[in-house]
Design a protein. Structure first.
Length: 223
């Protein structure tokens, strides 16, 4: 089935490189990032898992859990992890799901429901649609969905930007502008507003010699 922002992330049990988990129980009261891969040892995915391992401490600081997925068995991920460390300099420091029965891939709409058989006999091209990123909130609702082609590595810095300050931007009456990393722009009426940060970047204002009037705010209430 197709999933949309605001849907409840399907719960599941699965084997991972760190043991068997129940997804919702594993998330607990944290935010979570689930990102999928068509097959072990694919070159683009290898770079992605290595980079995610490198920046995972930044997700940890924000209370965001990270978990990967590949349709190969979880026991096969061990060899892939060693290859990732050897080629990228970082070994995965987060669990990777072994979706050998395609259950999770089907639940999240990444593979059609009629897919079956031995996952090790499938080619990466047959699993090309397993290039998703899902950001899940503590209430288990999906807050972000990204889908990338196999030829383009995913931008996990963008995922980090979304998760950065997620308590004040996702599910709250605020927004982030394009390319904005720290500034939160107020939308609507706010009776009680506290200015927290004033540090935007805009060539438009610089060219005209104006002070740049974008504020980061904390909202106590909104109407």
């Amino acid at each position: 089935m197709a999933l949309h922002i605001g849907d409840t992330a399907p719960d599941f049990e699965a084997d991972t490189t760190e043991g068997r988990i129940g997804f919702h129980e594993w998330i607990g009261d944290s935010w979570a990032v689930l990102f999928s891969h068509p097959k072990d040892f694919t070159p683009i995915c290898t770079t992605e898992l290595g980079y995610m391992a490198k920046i995972k401490p930044e997700f940890d600081k924000r209370g965001v859990k990270v978990i990967g997925l590949s349709v190969d068995p979880a026991t096969d991920h061990t060899a892939w992890a060693a290859d990732i460390e050897a080629t990228q300099g970082y070994a995965p420091n987060y669990p990777i799901i072994g979706d050998a029965d395609f259950n999770v891939s089907k639940l999240y709409g990444m593979l059609p429901p009629d897919v079956e058989g031995d996952p090790t006999e499938r080619t990466p091209a047959q699993n090309a649609t397993l290039r998703n990123v899902f950001v899940v909130a503590p209430d288990k609702k999906i807050k972000l969905i990204l889908v990338y082609p196999m030829t383009t590595g995913r931008n996990f810095d963008e995922v980090l930007r979304v998760d950065n300050g997620s308590d004040t931007t996702i599910g709250a009456p605020t927004v982030k502008g394009a390319e904005v990393k720290g500034t939160v722009v107020l939308v609507g009426k706010a009776p009680k507003v506290e200015v927290v940060k004033y540090k935007p970047k805009s060539r438009y204002f610089k060219r005209r010699g104006h002070k740049q009037p974008v504020l980061k705010v904390k909202i106590d209430s909104i109407s």
